[in-house]
Design a binder for this molecule. Sequence first.
Ligand code: CIR
Length: 256
Amino acid sequence: MFTNAIVRIPGSNFDAGLTTADFGAPCLDLVLEQHRLYCLALVECGLALTTLDADLRFPDSTFVEDTAILTAHGAILTRPGTASREGEVDAIRTAVLDFFPSPLNIEAPGTVDGGDICEAENHFFIGLSHRTNEEGARQLAAHLASLGYTSSTIDVRPMTTILHLKSGIAYIGGNTLVVMEEMAEDGQFRGFDRLRVSAEESYAANCVRVNDCVLVAAGFPMLTAELRAQGFSPLVLDMSEFQKMDGGLSCLSLRF
Ligand code: CIR
């Protein structure tokens, strides 16, 4: 069960963030409205929110997930793998300190984006990506081990359609992984029940279990129906404006 989440309001320069998507520029009014509804959904799921003001120094800073890994046993502040986002961590440290008195850190030359880290019970999958490098993964694995967790790496660099590991997988509890078709046969997932996401719905693989609900992006009816059929309770949210900036549901909050 999660009780809290940290979120950050998108800035007026949100459209100046990084993106590889070709869906056009985000509409700021819609960005703010979708973010408001996302926050409301977290509250409906029982979370108390720490809502940080927009930080115009960092256009991507609403994607707070990339800056920290918050676990039941302790926190790790990351070192994001792209220069324009490195400074976001200083800004998030204060909020994390309110809940975790002595967070661990990823140090240079290691880089880790939280979007590459998928927790499945007491095991963490660490994606090696164009953001999370081998040294970052090594430091993170050592930190996680010191907190009592196991971990393993998955190389997502050959997968050109995803930015982070969690763009393609989500652990939603009950030994169940939602996984995009391209990754579904990875040997590391063999012990899990797998809900496969077809190529045309692959954006929806980035869903998020929050207590009794699974947040799912709107516009992906097959996954939503499959979740329902498997006994999960999908809560559907429009993510169109965040998708334009390569963002998904998980990246908009740090849940703990
Ligand atoms: C970036 O490229 O860093 C942002 N525009 C999107 C980050 C998305 N984060 C995530 O999936 N965890």
